[in-house]
Ligand binder design. Structure first.
Ligand code: FES
Ligand SMILES: [Fe+2]
Length: 411
């Protein structure tokens, strides 16, 4: 993550922003007419703010699948480490190739299990040799016990998480921080899968670290207003290309959809797509809790399907994972070029912005959400709050997006 700006320049004491009513000489109401909005004056600017939302707290959502590792990071009996939602994990594949994820902490004395051995069935801790079933975490053997020991080692468990392999990732279903087994009545949903629309296609993966909490990472994903400033490039868009946008949105389970529409006319890749396929393209963008943004571009029989996830690793660190599959000109590597050469530049522009934003967030983590350009960010916070509320009460989730709605902004 090397970056060239000099952060020490920003490390001075921040200039204090004076509250509008700080002066005691003038009655507060005199200011009302000319009230100014200071960035720290109100937590979230807009109507209908649920009282709970005081900013991007970065609270992590349990009970969802998250991508832990690329499939290619696990070979044979190798044990691999990952961290998800501040939980250290050890992952691997059993003798039959089935993946598993255990909490990387031995229940005996917290030694990381990932330093141990794996025989294709059980993980053996390298400190005192306790053995645990790779899938359930159940203790199978404690070498120090004598034959007449009363201890029931099968009652001891290492934390474990449902694990699945999809789209080139090992996913873990993050039940709870301890990796306690769910009651048998709680079904684990299938792991997420990238939609594909033909039997043959190409696939590519990109990843980047985002040094921020998950909320800032995610609202960055759905923020239409930064494009002309952060992603300036002759092949994409420039400040001069800012224009009025009107997009239709609709609620979908656990999220919202930007309804199928013709892609932005001011971006070169879409112009190219139209030129190549000779068909008008449509694009559909979905956001689904906890952290997934899907984008599908269809042009006749050609398609490109992508998913971006922003996964909380720790409170102050996320990882962006991007996967795309396509069947557009598989024999001519133009899409591959766009993804492998232009994609990392595009993501780099976002990570640089997040790094710089962190310099300000150290002093002030409140935010303004302004009009329709920030409406999707607002929906994200409302979806999250509604999800937590439904987890707390056991009631169905109240969806914050009531029906189809058109949002207007300039970008
Ligand atoms: S710490 Fe793992 S066996 Fe003792
Ligand atoms: Fe961006």
């Amino acid at each position: 993550m090397g970056h060239s700006f000099d952060s020490s320049r920003y490390e001075r004491t921040p200039r204090r922003i004076r509250a509008p009513f700080a002066s005691t000489r003038v009655p507060a109401h005199r200011f009302a007419a000319a009230a100014r909005m200071y960035y720290d004056s109100r937590p979230l600017m807009n109507e209908g703010t649920p009282a709970k939302l005081t900013g991007a707290s970065g609270e992590m959502l349990w009970g969802f699948w998250y991508p832990a590792l690329r499939s290619s990071e696990i070979h044979g009996r190798k044990l691999a480490r990952a961290t998800l939602l501040d939980v250290p994990l050890v992952l691997g594949r059993d003798a039959a190739g089935k993946p598993f994820a255990l909490r990387d902490i031995c229940p005996h004395r917290a030694f990381p299990l990932s330093f141990g051995q794996f025989d294709g069935e059980s993980v053996e801790c390298a400190y005192h040799g306790w053995q645990f079933d790779a899938h359930t975490g159940q203790c199978r053997h404690i070498p120090s016990l004598t034959a007449d020991s009363k201890l029931k080692c099968e009652r001891i468990y290492a934390g474990s998480f449902p694990c699945a392999e999809r789209d080139g990732y090992l996913w873990a279903f993050m039940t709870n921080p301890e990796g306690r087994a769910l009651p048998a009545t709680d079904a684990v949903p299938p792991a997420p899968e990238l939609p594909t629309f033909s039997s043959h296609y190409k696939i590519a993966h990109l990843a980047a670290d985002l040094p921020c909490n998950v909320d800032h990472g995610i609202i960055g994903l759905m923020d239409p207003a930064h494009g002309p400033f952060v992603h300036q490039a002759w092949w994409w868009r420039t400040r001069r290309s800012i224009r009025d946008k009107a997009k239709q949105f609709e609620p979908i389970p656990n999220g919202f959809r930007m309804s199928p529409h013709a892609p932005s006319v001011n971006s070169a890749p879409y112009k190219l797509l139209k030129f190549i396929t000779g068909e008008p393209a449509t694009t559909t963008i979905d956001f689904v809790l906890p952290n997934q943004r899907f984008e599908q571009i269809r042009a006749g029989k050609y398609w490109l399907s992508s998913r971006t996830t922003v996964t909380p690793i720790r409170r102050d660190l996320c990882r962006l994972d991007f996967v795309a599959a396509w069947n557009i000109l598989p024999w001519f590597p133009i899409v591959s070029f766009i993804i492998h050469v232009l994609g990392p530049r595009f993501i780099r522009q976002d990570t640089t912005v997040i790094e710089k934003q962190g310099l300000g967030l150290k002093y002030e983590d409140r935010m303004m959400l302004v009009d329709d350009a920030d409406r999707q960010a607002r929906w994200y916070f409302e979806l999250k709050a509604a999800h937590l509320e439904s987890q707390r009460t056991g009631q169905p989730m109240r969806h914050p997006v009531a029906g189809p709605v058109t949002l207007r902004w300039r970008s």
